[in-house]
Write a protein that binds this ligand. Sequence first.
Ligand code: ADP
Length: 619
Amino acid sequence: MEDGLFRDNSKLEQKDDGLERDGLTTRDMLTRVVMVYLMPRKGLLALSLLAMMLVAATTGLMPVLVKEAIDIFVDDNTKGIPAWIPWAVVAVTSTKALNEFFVGVSRSYLGLRTVADIQIDLFKKLMVTDFADLSKTHSGRFVASFLNDATRIRETVNMLVAFCKNTLIVLATLAAMFWIEWRLALISSVILPVILYFMAKQRRTMRKSSRQSLQETGELSTIITEALSGIRVVKASQQERFESERAADAINRNLKFLMRGARARAASAPIAEALSGMAIAAIFVFAGYQISRGFLSAGDFAGFMVAAPLLYGPLKALATVQTALQEGVAATARIFSLLDRENTIVDIKDAPDLKVTKGEIIFDNVSFNYRDNTPVLNNFSLKIPAGKRVALVGPSGAGKSTVLNLVLRFFEPQSGTIYVDGQDITKTTLWSLRQATALVTQDPFLFDDTIAMNIAYGSSGADKAQIEQAARRAGAHDFIMRLPSGYDTRVGEVGRLISGGEKQRLVIARALLRNTPILLLDEATSSLDAQSEERVQSILDNLDSDRTVLTIAHRLSSVRNADIICVMDKGVIVERGSHDELLAFGGLYNDLYSTQFSGSDPKNDSGLTPSAVALTTEA
Ligand code: ADP
């Protein structure tokens, strides 16, 4: 037999995945689910509740009808059963059936609607969460939370509805039993608190194991996305086995957590059943005694025997409600902790919009570090004049991308101020700042949509002519026209037909279409081969002159035409000037340039290909 199938004392270690928040009680979470997601559907809830009451009432009526029928029959067995009884039975059962259907459908709808609402909220939240916060968690975990945790909340809602329904049924059936014979009813209800006690006991185990399993699912999702997106690296490094083992570990650990929950759940119903058996045995003993003394009629006893099993089903369900609910609650806790994350980069109260007229950017004594206290920017000051093309170059790790991150307010400096056209960007709205900037990154990101939509991304309302004009200016029009459906070609279908350079031109077209006063280029050409780089570079060099362009480049070949080149090292600007001035100065720029030029320095991180070197020399 498998080890630890029925009992498991092993300790499973799990790292914190950052999606958990302590201090939320089951009650807090249920209240929130009810108030935020169920209460807006008051009408449906009220109707469901009414239907549940009818289900409960009709359930309670059945034993009463049986009792009446048998009592009448035993009283005078010559007349048979009066006609109203079968009619009443039909009426009661069909009312019950109809309402059961209504409760079933509305229960599903409320559950599914809640999941949908939560997913919508979650996605919205993910979109507005601070970049810094998002980058701390692997996207796979978010995906798992989105698909797995959110759908489990349906269980919570289903269970809430089931809980109401079953409680009502238990109450109605008990009422019927008390009406028929209160002493017998009293004996039967003794088991209730005992069942409740066991329910409470299992709750903890269930919730803990569910939470651990959900976390493990997130881990698995991370492993899968990582292994697939990095499949080339995995194969080339011959790590297929390692990755498979890593996945198997997570899957097996998840199995153990799931089994812990399953054991607790599997124990609930049998415990309830065994206890009910005892209650029924007690009824027999007592009823037999009462009938023999003439205190109990055959109808009472029959009614009771019909009622007792009716009680059993809902009681069993109530016994598992607690445990099943805990699965949903564990998922709810994870979702709420995501929804409740607080953003730090937010608009201050009544912040005005940023008004960009010229596009001048000033870094005034800005100091910044990411996590630890190693400063990335150190009293960094830089003036980027309006309408100029300014390039930031320097060794890797100098802080160049950080400068862009700060201009976009993806992060905020610990001290110092960044001004755009004289306005402190932390005192204006984020929206207006991003509205004034366009960013082209190193890896051109295209959405699975048409070419036209990809270019128009971020420029809502752009018409066909504007899209085409942007594409022409980015040098993308000709190759787009060669695609099967031109501008209407879906990127997903032709992803492989578009080269890296072409993708980059599409992304540049996207940035141009936004027509922002500030254009940020983060190594926009560094992933391209020499030929594509040259093309894209000449497009960028010939952009209209009224825009402020801040370029980051590893390859110095791509910045020669910039108005001002700033050389950064260890978080400060060390040199500044034009290409020729800096070469003549003979400092760091000159060193970097000659390193790239010769291509012989092993520390060279320029990514400069031999052909790019050749291009540089030709120029
Ligand atoms: P460059 O663009 O000049 O290569 P970066 O601005 O990317 O330099 O990085 C500067 C320093 O900040 C590096 O030491 C890098 O490791 C660190 N860094 C960059 N991004 C992050 C981040 N998101 N979290 C923590 N450290 C970071």
